[in-house]
Design a protein around this ligand. Structure first.
Ligand SMILES: *[C@@H]1O[C@H](CO)[C@@H](O)[C@H](O)[C@H]1NC(C)=O
Ligand SMILES: *[C@@H]1O[C@H](CO)[C@@H](O)[C@H](O)[C@H]1NC(C)=O
Ligand SMILES: *[C@@H]1O[C@H](CO)[C@@H](O)[C@H](O)[C@H]1NC(C)=O
Ligand SMILES: *[C@@H]1O[C@H](CO)[C@@H](O)[C@H](O)[C@H]1NC(C)=O
Ligand SMILES: *[C@@H]1O[C@H](CO)[C@@H](O)[C@H](O)[C@H]1NC(C)=O
Length: 207
């Protein structure tokens, strides 16, 4: 009986994934208008997207750039930063950070030449802002492959679709033009430390 339900759950999960696109939609960039080659690959801005690295949705062609090169998400557009709960003008706030191997800084620099930046802060579910300047448990390290390493979290590695990095100007959290990340939270996160701490302190973004 219970085995039956486990099997049913399996079928459900697998079917849910079978007709998905070659990458999370939040990591796909608009490559509409790119050049299609004879072998059906599309070249856009010097990046070649083979057939298995793009998909068409709603008349727009989306390229899975993160399948091709290391990428990270920047929460807001290039000329913007987070101002409280929204993206706003960056003014003169500069954005820079080191790339780590574990917790050891590498000499890979600058980040914007190493990573392709995807501008998006979309999460499937809840999101939370962490603040390493206020709580050392929020310390994070961006890895060369675009993974975020959170040594003090239960789930220590986050894929590019699970977080975005940005300059934050958030009065309520005493963040003035500092670099931090918004985490996309999973069900597991919500019940494991230190994420429940984020909830207790109300550090949530609702957009
Ligand atoms: C995708 O890019 C094309 C060409 O630049 C543009 O016309 C279109 O509006 C874009 N679509 C979306 C959904 O951003
Ligand atoms: C398809 O064409 C592009 C551009 O000419 C090339 O870079 C790529 O390697 C080709 N892919 C295959 C699978 O032949
Ligand atoms: C499809 O694209 C149009 C025009 O870009 C947009 O208004 C509409 O919301 C899109 N629909 C979906 C489901 O994304
Ligand atoms: C940005 O920098 C320029 C030149 O350094 C300065 O004139 C301007 O007032 C600054 N803007 C803001 C919003 O701080
Ligand atoms: C990315 O790099 C980290 C270590 O820097 C590693 O633990 C992780 O498995 C890598 N992830 C992928 C998807 O390669």
């Amino acid at each position: 009986m219970s085995v039956f339900y486990v099997l049913l759950a399996f079928v459900y999960v697998c079917r849910g994934q079978s007709d998905t696109v070659p990458c999370p939609k939040v990591l796909a960039i608009n490559i509409t208008g790119g050049t299609t080659d004879r072998n059906n690959s599309i070249t856009k801005d010097g990046i070649v997207f083979e057939k298995n690295n793009y998909f068409v949705s709603n008349k727009t062609t989306f390229g899975c750039v993160c399948n091709i090169m290391p990428c990270i998400r920047k929460c807001c557009r290039a000329e913007q930063k987070m101002v409280n709960r929204r993206c706003g003008p960056r003014n003169n706030a500069s954005m820079s950070f080191l790339i780590y191997d574990g917790i050891v800084a590498t000499n890979i620099t600058p980040y914007y030449e190493h990573f392709h930046l995807v501008y998006s802060k979309k999460c499937k579910r809840t999101k939370a802002l962490i603040n390493p300047y206020k709580d050392l448990r929020d310390t994070f390290y961006v890895q060369a492959n675009g993974t975020l390493f959170l040594p003090h979290f239960t789930r220590k590695l986050r894929r590019p679709e699970e977080y975005c990095i940005e300059v934050f100007d958030v009065a309520g959290y005493e963040m003035k033009d500092v670099l931090s990340v918004i985490l996309c939270l999973s069900d597991a996160d919500l019940v494991t430390p230190p994420v429940h701490r984020l909830i207790c302190t109300g550090r949530f973004y609702d957009v």
